[in-house]
Design a protein around this ligand. Structure first.
Ligand code: C2E
Ligand code: MG
Ligand code: MG
Ligand code: MG
Length: 290
């Protein structure tokens, strides 16, 4: 009876498994088509300078088009693109889509500081890196690009990452270490990358006042990052309490639902107008109870 129950469980599992695999397989041509038809969307999530409470830029986040079949979560999209040799064309689409808006953003006075996520796979792709350099070189230079690469990606190919960082700095772009704290590496190990920004993963930031451990981790990370000459972004600031805590720890920048969700460009513009008009009083460390 047990064996039979096991058999059924295994059977069901593998059925669901192959269904998921089949669905992923269907995504391969769908991704190709969405790139070819310029159908993907980008949303922009603002980042706030916590010392002045002014918006300082935004992060571009990819979205599956809502009118082309069931919406695919971005993590699945990236994973399938990585495994079907489409991550380079997809990322090229992202950068080109941003660059095609240069004049529009400049005319509307939208933020110049633009963070773009780069998948782990692309660190090893020299062809892509030189293509990226070419794209950036042909732009008007309105956008100041910051490329976000996850800590885990940087750890697994550190020498390539050092090369990448130096190619990026030749184009005037900078490097940010994304999702820091989830990869268990030390900052000392990553410091040769000359990354200018460290983004602390939201798992340590959201509800930080509930976790002494997270407070300790974030406090010492910020201190060490500053001593290594890096600035720190906290992602996942969801409440005023999260904001207050991060401010009291000396965090430089904040990003999260407390300020804004990732927004389409028109909503970003409205959000910026509203946020900037709400006479933001700069907060000072002395006003805060740690
Ligand atoms: P990420 O780069 O760490 O981006 C931050 C994620 O946190 C975004 O999820 C954002 O919507 C979400 N987020 C922002 N504020 C909050 C908050 O206050 N609370 C919570 N719970 N979440 C918040 P999203 O847009 O679903 O993207 C997920 C991941 O997908 C990104 O994580 C990034 O790794 C990847 N991704 C997104 N766009 C691209 C892209 O163009 N290229 C590549 N390679 N990866 C991308
Ligand atoms: Mg990111
Ligand atoms: Mg992140
Ligand atoms: Mg993250």
């Amino acid at each position: 009876r047990l064996a039979k129950a096991d058999g059924i469980a295994i059977h069901r599992y593998s059925n669901a498994d192959s269904r998921a695999a089949g669905q992923r397989l269907k995504l391969v041509p769908a991704i190709r088509e969405n790139i070819a038809c310029d159908a993907f969307n980008l949303l922009y999530q603002p980042k706030i300078d916590l010392a002045t409470m002014q918006p300082m830029g935004c992060e571009a986040l990819l979205r599956w088009p809502s009118d082309r079949g069931p919406v695919v979560p971005v993590m699945t999209l990236i994973e399938v693109a990585e495994n079907s040799r489409q991550i380079a064309p997809l990322t090229r689409w992202v950068v080109q889509a941003i660059l095609s808006q240069e004049q529009d953003w400049q005319a509307r006075g939208l933020p110049r500081h633009m963070a773009v996520n780069i998948s782990a796979r692309l660190i090893q792709d020299r062809h892509f890196i030189s293509e990226l350099q070419g794209l950036l070189a042909s732009s008007t230079g309105y956008f100041q690009f910051e490329f976000e690469i996850t800590e885990t990606a940087l750890m697994s190919s550190r020498d390539l990452a050092i090369e990448l960082a130096s190619s990026l700095s030749q184009t005037g772009s900078t490097l940010a270490i994304d999702d820091f704290g989830t990869g268990y590496s030390s900052l000392a190990y990553l410091k040769d990358l000359n990354a200018s920004i460290l983004k602390i993963d939201k798992s340590f930031v959201t509800n930080i006042d509930d976790s002494r451990d997270n407070q300790t981790i974030v406090r010492s990370t910020i201190k060490m990052a500053h001593e290594l000459g890096m600035q720190v972004v906290a992602e996942g600031i969801e409440t005023a309490a999260d904001e207050r805590f991060l401010l009291s720890l000396g965090c430089d920048f904040g990003q999260g639902y407390h300020y804004a969700k990732p927004l389409p460009v028109d909503e970003l513009e409205q959000w910026l107008t509203k946020f900037e008009s709400q006479a933001q009083t700069p907060r000072h460390l002395s006003d805060l109870q740690p």
